[in-house]
Design a binder for this molecule. Structure first.
Ligand code: HEC
Length: 127
C-alpha cells in the first residue's frame, strides 16, 4: 500500500517535472514579445501589394473632384505618375523634402513601404 502511494507520487512528480519543462519551452521570446510577421516580398503585384495599401490609406484624401494637394491617387496611371516623380516613395518613407504621408496618420508599416519600393524599382508594372 505504502509502496503504491510512493509510486503514484513519483509518477505525479515526473508529470509535474515534464509539465514545468513545457512551460519553460513556451516562455520563448517570440511569445512574450511578439515579433511582427515576416515580410513576404516574393510575389509583388500592383493589384495585390500596392493598390490595397493606397486605397486603404490615401484615396480618402487623394481622390474625387478636389483631391488633397491637388494630387489624385485613385487609379494606376495616377499612382505611377507619383511613383515616377519620386513623391510616392518620398512621402510614405517620410524622406526629407516631402510632406509625410498619410497626413495626420501613422507611418505605413515597413513591410508595405518595402513592397511599394520594390514595385517602383521593378518599373511599376500594371499586374
Ligand atoms: C488626411 C488626408 C490625407 C491622407 C490620408 C493622405 N494625404 Fe497625401 N496629402 C494630403 C494633403 C492635404 C497634401 C498637401 C500637402 C500637405 O498639406 O502636406 C498631401 C500631399 C501629398 C503628396 C504631395 C507631397 C509633396 O510633398 O509634394 C503626395 C505624393 C501624397 N500626399 C501622397 C499620399 C499618399 C501616398 C498617401 C497614403 C499613404 C496620402 N498622401 C495620404 C492629405 C492626405
Amino acid at each position: 500500500m505504502v509502496h503504491r502511494i510512493i509510486n503514484k507520487t513519483i509518477v505525479l512528480m515526473a508529470f509535474l517535472f515534464v509539465a514545468s519543462l513545457q512551460s519553460c519551452y513556451y516562455d520563448n521570446e517570440e511569445d512574450l514579445y511578439p515579433q511582427p510577421p515576416p515580410c513576404d516580398t516574393s510575389f509583388i503585384t500592383y493589384s495585390e501589394s500596392v493598390w490595397p495599401v493606397i486605397n486603404d490609406n490615401c484615396t480618402n484624401c487623394h481622390s474625387g473632384s478636389a483631391p488633397a494637394g491637388n494630387i489624385s491617387l485613385s487609379n494606376y496611371d495616377e499612382i505611377v505618375a507619383s511613383a515616377n516623380n519620386g513623391s510616392l516613395l518620398g512621402t510614405i518613407r517620410h524622406d526629407a523634402g516631402w510632406s509625410p504621408m498619410p497626413k495626420g496618420g501613422a507611418k505605413l508599416p515597413d513591410c508595405d513601404i518595402k513592397k511599394i519600393e520594390m514595385w517602383v524599382a521593378d518599373g511599376s508594372p500594371d499586374n
